[in-house]
Design a protein around this ligand. Structure first.
Ligand code: SF4
Ligand code: SF4
Length: 303
Protein backbone atom coordinates (compact mmCIF):
# COMPACT_ATOMS: atom_id res chain seq x y z
CA UNK A 1 0.00 0.00 0.00
CA UNK A 2 1.35 3.45 -0.85
CA UNK A 3 2.07 5.82 2.01
CA UNK A 4 -0.38 8.50 3.07
CA UNK A 5 1.94 11.11 1.57
CA UNK A 6 2.06 9.32 -1.80
CA UNK A 7 -1.73 9.02 -1.80
CA UNK A 8 -2.05 12.72 -0.96
CA UNK A 9 0.11 13.77 -3.88
CA UNK A 10 -1.53 11.37 -6.33
CA UNK A 11 -5.10 12.34 -5.43
CA UNK A 12 -4.30 16.06 -5.40
CA UNK A 13 -2.71 15.78 -8.84
CA UNK A 14 -5.69 13.86 -10.18
CA UNK A 15 -8.30 16.24 -8.77
CA UNK A 16 -6.51 19.31 -10.12
CA UNK A 17 -5.72 17.77 -13.51
CA UNK A 18 -9.35 16.83 -14.06
CA UNK A 19 -10.41 20.28 -12.84
CA UNK A 20 -12.65 18.63 -10.27
CA UNK A 21 -11.22 21.14 -7.82
CA UNK A 22 -9.39 24.38 -8.45
CA UNK A 23 -7.21 24.34 -5.34
CA UNK A 24 -5.82 21.82 -2.88
CA UNK A 25 -4.94 22.84 0.67
CA UNK A 26 -2.49 20.62 2.51
CA UNK A 27 0.87 20.88 4.28
CA UNK A 28 4.38 21.33 2.89
CA UNK A 29 7.84 21.27 4.43
CA UNK A 30 8.63 24.63 5.98
CA UNK A 31 11.83 26.51 6.64
CA UNK A 32 12.73 24.20 9.51
CA UNK A 33 12.54 20.43 9.88
CA UNK A 34 9.99 20.78 12.70
CA UNK A 35 7.55 22.89 10.67
CA UNK A 36 5.03 21.68 8.09
CA UNK A 37 2.87 24.74 7.42
CA UNK A 38 -0.16 24.95 5.09
CA UNK A 39 0.32 25.03 1.32
CA UNK A 40 -2.17 26.17 -1.32
CA UNK A 41 -1.74 24.35 -4.62
CA UNK A 42 -3.46 25.21 -7.89
CA UNK A 43 -1.03 23.61 -10.38
CA UNK A 44 -0.95 19.79 -10.64
CA UNK A 45 2.81 20.07 -11.23
CA UNK A 46 3.25 21.37 -7.67
CA UNK A 47 1.61 18.42 -5.89
CA UNK A 48 4.92 16.89 -4.86
CA UNK A 49 5.23 19.76 -2.38
CA UNK A 50 2.60 18.07 -0.22
CA UNK A 51 3.89 16.27 2.85
CA UNK A 52 2.42 14.18 5.63
CA UNK A 53 4.67 13.98 8.65
CA UNK A 54 4.53 14.37 12.43
CA UNK A 55 4.49 18.18 12.19
CA UNK A 56 1.35 18.69 10.04
CA UNK A 57 -0.23 20.49 12.93
CA UNK A 58 -2.20 23.38 11.42
CA UNK A 59 -5.96 22.98 11.31
CA UNK A 60 -6.65 23.67 7.62
CA UNK A 61 -10.38 24.35 7.95
CA UNK A 62 -10.01 28.03 8.82
CA UNK A 63 -8.20 28.82 5.56
CA UNK A 64 -11.38 28.10 3.60
CA UNK A 65 -12.72 31.45 4.78
CA UNK A 66 -10.12 33.21 2.62
CA UNK A 67 -11.86 31.70 -0.43
CA UNK A 68 -15.40 32.11 0.80
CA UNK A 69 -16.36 34.59 -1.90
CA UNK A 70 -14.81 32.77 -4.85
CA UNK A 71 -16.49 30.21 -7.09
CA UNK A 72 -13.68 27.70 -6.63
CA UNK A 73 -14.14 24.20 -5.34
CA UNK A 74 -11.38 23.38 -2.89
CA UNK A 75 -10.00 20.04 -1.75
CA UNK A 76 -8.35 19.80 1.62
CA UNK A 77 -6.92 17.15 3.86
CA UNK A 78 -8.66 16.63 7.17
CA UNK A 79 -7.37 15.05 10.35
CA UNK A 80 -9.85 14.67 13.21
CA UNK A 81 -9.59 18.30 14.32
CA UNK A 82 -9.66 19.72 10.77
CA UNK A 83 -12.84 17.71 10.10
CA UNK A 84 -14.50 19.07 13.22
CA UNK A 85 -13.46 22.56 12.05
CA UNK A 86 -15.23 21.87 8.75
CA UNK A 87 -18.42 20.91 10.60
CA UNK A 88 -18.07 24.09 12.64
CA UNK A 89 -17.90 26.23 9.48
CA UNK A 90 -20.74 24.32 7.82
CA UNK A 91 -22.95 24.67 10.88
CA UNK A 92 -22.19 28.40 10.97
CA UNK A 93 -23.10 28.68 7.25
CA UNK A 94 -19.62 29.94 6.47
CA UNK A 95 -18.98 27.46 3.65
CA UNK A 96 -21.12 25.30 1.39
CA UNK A 97 -20.59 21.56 1.52
CA UNK A 98 -20.58 21.21 -2.29
CA UNK A 99 -17.66 23.62 -2.56
CA UNK A 100 -15.26 21.46 -0.57
CA UNK A 101 -13.84 18.02 -1.22
CA UNK A 102 -12.51 16.36 1.93
CA UNK A 103 -9.70 13.84 1.95
CA UNK A 104 -9.69 12.24 5.40
CA UNK A 105 -6.61 11.05 7.27
CA UNK A 106 -6.65 9.04 10.50
CA UNK A 107 -4.31 11.07 12.68
CA UNK A 108 -1.64 9.33 14.74
CA UNK A 109 -1.10 12.52 16.78
CA UNK A 110 1.11 15.46 15.90
CA UNK A 111 4.43 16.22 17.59
CA UNK A 112 5.23 19.38 19.51
CA UNK A 113 7.12 21.74 17.19
CA UNK A 114 8.47 23.97 19.98
CA UNK A 115 9.93 21.05 21.87
CA UNK A 116 11.32 19.68 18.61
CA UNK A 117 13.15 22.96 18.04
CA UNK A 118 14.60 22.80 21.55
CA UNK A 119 15.68 19.16 21.28
CA UNK A 120 17.26 19.40 17.82
CA UNK A 121 16.91 17.18 14.78
CA UNK A 122 19.28 14.55 16.17
CA UNK A 123 16.69 13.77 18.85
CA UNK A 124 13.69 13.80 16.50
CA UNK A 125 12.48 10.43 17.75
CA UNK A 126 12.19 11.81 21.31
CA UNK A 127 9.91 14.72 20.43
CA UNK A 128 6.71 14.34 22.49
CA UNK A 129 3.17 14.55 21.25
CA UNK A 130 1.78 18.10 21.07
CA UNK A 131 -0.26 19.03 24.12
CA UNK A 132 -3.34 19.57 21.97
CA UNK A 133 -3.15 15.95 20.74
CA UNK A 134 -2.68 14.35 24.14
CA UNK A 135 -6.34 14.73 25.02
CA UNK A 136 -7.80 14.53 21.52
CA UNK A 137 -11.05 12.55 21.59
CA UNK A 138 -11.47 12.18 17.81
CA UNK A 139 -8.24 11.61 15.85
CA UNK A 140 -10.30 10.08 13.04
CA UNK A 141 -12.04 12.54 10.69
CA UNK A 142 -15.75 12.82 11.44
CA UNK A 143 -16.61 14.04 7.95
CA UNK A 144 -14.89 13.26 4.62
CA UNK A 145 -15.52 12.37 0.98
CA UNK A 146 -12.79 9.77 0.87
CA UNK A 147 -10.48 8.34 3.49
CA UNK A 148 -6.83 7.87 2.66
CA UNK A 149 -5.81 4.37 3.61
CA UNK A 150 -3.11 3.79 6.18
CA UNK A 151 -1.58 0.50 7.17
CA UNK A 152 -3.96 0.12 10.11
CA UNK A 153 -1.57 1.34 12.76
CA UNK A 154 -2.19 5.06 12.43
CA UNK A 155 -4.58 5.67 15.30
CA UNK A 156 -2.08 4.78 17.96
CA UNK A 157 -1.14 7.88 19.89
CA UNK A 158 1.84 7.50 22.14
CA UNK A 159 1.71 9.39 25.40
CA UNK A 160 -2.06 9.75 25.51
CA UNK A 161 -3.10 9.64 29.19
CA UNK A 162 -5.16 6.57 29.97
CA UNK A 163 -7.06 8.40 32.70
CA UNK A 164 -9.11 10.57 30.35
CA UNK A 165 -7.33 13.64 31.70
CA UNK A 166 -9.11 15.99 29.34
CA UNK A 167 -10.12 18.31 32.18
CA UNK A 168 -7.16 17.72 34.50
CA UNK A 169 -5.80 21.28 34.13
CA UNK A 170 -9.28 22.72 34.71
CA UNK A 171 -9.75 20.67 37.87
CA UNK A 172 -6.47 22.00 39.24
CA UNK A 173 -7.65 25.56 38.70
CA UNK A 174 -11.07 24.82 40.19
CA UNK A 175 -9.35 23.71 43.38
CA UNK A 176 -7.93 27.24 43.87
CA UNK A 177 -9.74 29.96 45.81
CA UNK A 178 -11.40 32.71 43.75
CA UNK A 179 -8.56 35.11 44.66
CA UNK A 180 -5.93 32.58 43.62
CA UNK A 181 -7.75 31.95 40.36
CA UNK A 182 -7.97 35.67 39.67
CA UNK A 183 -4.26 36.04 40.39
CA UNK A 184 -3.47 33.13 38.08
CA UNK A 185 -5.47 34.41 35.12
CA UNK A 186 -4.30 37.97 35.68
CA UNK A 187 -0.67 36.86 35.55
CA UNK A 188 -1.41 35.01 32.32
CA UNK A 189 -3.38 37.65 30.45
CA UNK A 190 -1.14 40.50 31.62
CA UNK A 191 1.30 39.04 29.09
CA UNK A 192 -1.22 39.05 26.23
CA UNK A 193 0.07 41.10 23.30
CA UNK A 194 -3.38 41.35 21.67
CA UNK A 195 -1.78 40.01 18.51
CA UNK A 196 -5.04 38.11 17.84
CA UNK A 197 -3.19 35.07 16.53
CA UNK A 198 -5.50 32.92 18.70
CA UNK A 199 -8.53 34.45 17.04
CA UNK A 200 -7.15 34.34 13.52
CA UNK A 201 -6.37 30.64 13.65
CA UNK A 202 -9.68 29.60 15.23
CA UNK A 203 -12.38 27.92 13.11
CA UNK A 204 -15.02 28.98 15.65
CA UNK A 205 -13.96 32.66 15.35
CA UNK A 206 -15.47 33.39 11.99
CA UNK A 207 -17.41 36.66 12.33
CA UNK A 208 -17.26 38.79 9.21
CA UNK A 209 -16.04 41.69 11.30
CA UNK A 210 -14.59 41.07 14.74
CA UNK A 211 -15.49 43.43 17.59
CA UNK A 212 -11.78 43.70 18.40
CA UNK A 213 -11.06 45.19 14.99
CA UNK A 214 -13.60 47.94 15.58
CA UNK A 215 -11.90 50.25 18.03
CA UNK A 216 -14.64 52.85 17.46
CA UNK A 217 -17.31 50.48 18.72
CA UNK A 218 -16.55 51.70 22.23
CA UNK A 219 -16.39 48.19 23.61
CA UNK A 220 -12.66 47.73 23.66
CA UNK A 221 -9.70 49.97 22.96
CA UNK A 222 -6.41 49.13 21.33
CA UNK A 223 -4.21 49.59 24.35
CA UNK A 224 -2.75 46.62 26.16
CA UNK A 225 -4.00 47.13 29.68
CA UNK A 226 -5.15 44.65 32.27
CA UNK A 227 -8.85 45.41 31.90
CA UNK A 228 -8.77 45.47 28.09
CA UNK A 229 -6.85 42.21 27.96
CA UNK A 230 -9.25 40.57 30.36
CA UNK A 231 -12.21 41.85 28.39
CA UNK A 232 -10.68 40.35 25.26
CA UNK A 233 -10.00 37.00 26.92
CA UNK A 234 -13.45 36.63 28.43
CA UNK A 235 -15.29 37.85 25.33
CA UNK A 236 -13.45 35.43 23.07
CA UNK A 237 -13.87 32.51 25.47
CA UNK A 238 -17.61 33.11 25.72
CA UNK A 239 -17.92 33.70 21.99
CA UNK A 240 -16.65 30.17 21.31
CA UNK A 241 -18.58 28.63 24.24
CA UNK A 242 -20.30 25.49 23.04
CA UNK A 243 -18.69 25.92 19.62
CA UNK A 244 -15.02 25.29 20.42
CA UNK A 245 -13.88 22.06 18.77
CA UNK A 246 -10.87 21.68 21.10
CA UNK A 247 -8.37 21.74 18.24
CA UNK A 248 -5.92 23.57 20.51
CA UNK A 249 -4.72 25.84 17.73
CA UNK A 250 -5.28 29.03 19.76
CA UNK A 251 -2.95 27.88 22.51
CA UNK A 252 -0.40 26.48 20.08
CA UNK A 253 0.04 29.78 18.23
CA UNK A 254 0.03 32.08 21.27
CA UNK A 255 3.48 33.68 21.38
CA UNK A 256 3.11 34.25 25.12
CA UNK A 257 2.30 30.66 26.00
CA UNK A 258 -0.99 31.59 27.66
CA UNK A 259 -2.93 28.41 28.60
CA UNK A 260 -5.98 29.39 26.55
CA UNK A 261 -7.24 25.80 26.43
CA UNK A 262 -7.73 25.79 30.19
CA UNK A 263 -10.18 28.64 29.77
CA UNK A 264 -11.94 26.96 26.84
CA UNK A 265 -12.10 23.65 28.64
CA UNK A 266 -13.47 25.21 31.80
CA UNK A 267 -16.39 26.50 29.76
CA UNK A 268 -16.80 23.14 28.00
CA UNK A 269 -16.80 21.36 31.35
CA UNK A 270 -19.39 23.78 32.78
CA UNK A 271 -21.60 23.41 29.70
CA UNK A 272 -21.42 19.62 29.97
CA UNK A 273 -22.48 19.81 33.59
CA UNK A 274 -25.29 22.29 32.91
CA UNK A 275 -26.70 20.97 29.64
CA UNK A 276 -25.36 17.42 29.26
CA UNK A 277 -22.36 16.03 27.40
CA UNK A 278 -21.64 17.82 24.15
CA UNK A 279 -18.65 17.89 21.82
CA UNK A 280 -18.72 20.55 19.13
CA UNK A 281 -18.20 19.74 15.47
CA UNK A 282 -18.92 16.02 15.59
CA UNK A 283 -21.92 16.27 13.29
CA UNK A 284 -24.08 18.84 11.55
CA UNK A 285 -27.39 18.03 13.18
CA UNK A 286 -26.80 18.52 16.92
CA UNK A 287 -27.13 22.18 17.81
CA UNK A 288 -24.60 23.68 20.25
CA UNK A 289 -26.05 24.04 23.76
CA UNK A 290 -26.07 27.85 23.56
CA UNK A 291 -27.29 27.85 19.95
CA UNK A 292 -30.81 26.61 20.65
CA UNK A 293 -33.77 27.48 22.82
CA UNK A 294 -36.92 25.78 23.95
CA UNK A 295 -40.16 27.63 24.68
CA UNK A 296 -40.83 25.16 27.50
CA UNK A 297 -37.55 26.07 29.17
CA UNK A 298 -38.27 26.27 32.92
CA UNK A 299 -35.85 29.19 33.37
CA UNK A 300 -37.12 32.73 33.80
CA UNK A 301 -36.63 34.05 30.31
CA UNK A 302 -39.59 32.03 29.01
CA UNK A 303 -42.04 33.32 31.59
S1 SF4 B 1 -11.01 28.29 20.64
FE1 SF4 B 1 -8.99 27.30 20.25
S2 SF4 B 1 -9.41 25.11 20.51
FE2 SF4 B 1 -11.40 26.11 20.29
S3 SF4 B 1 -11.88 25.96 18.09
FE3 SF4 B 1 -10.84 27.94 18.43
S4 SF4 B 1 -8.65 27.54 18.00
FE4 SF4 B 1 -9.66 25.52 18.29
S1 SF4 C 1 -2.39 34.65 20.72
FE1 SF4 C 1 -1.86 34.96 22.90
S2 SF4 C 1 -0.83 36.98 22.94
FE2 SF4 C 1 -1.94 36.85 20.99
S3 SF4 C 1 -3.97 37.79 21.42
FE3 SF4 C 1 -4.20 35.57 21.74
S4 SF4 C 1 -3.84 35.28 23.93
FE4 SF4 C 1 -3.02 37.32 23.41
Amino acid sequence: MSSIQEQMRARARELLSKNEVQMVIGWEKGTFWYLSPPVFITDPEDCDRLVWDEFCTNNLAKYLLDYKHTEDKIALFVKGCDARGINRLLQDNQIQRERVYLLGINCPGIKDGRQAAALGEGRRAEVPLAEKCRYCTHPEPVIYDELLQDDGSAVVREGVPADGGRFAAVEKLEALTPDERYAFWTSQYDRCLRCYACRNVCPACNCRECIFDRSQSGWCGKQMSRSENQFFAITRALHVAGRCIECGECERVCPEGIPIMSLNKKIIKDLNELFGEYEAGLDLETRPPLGQYNLQDPDEFSK
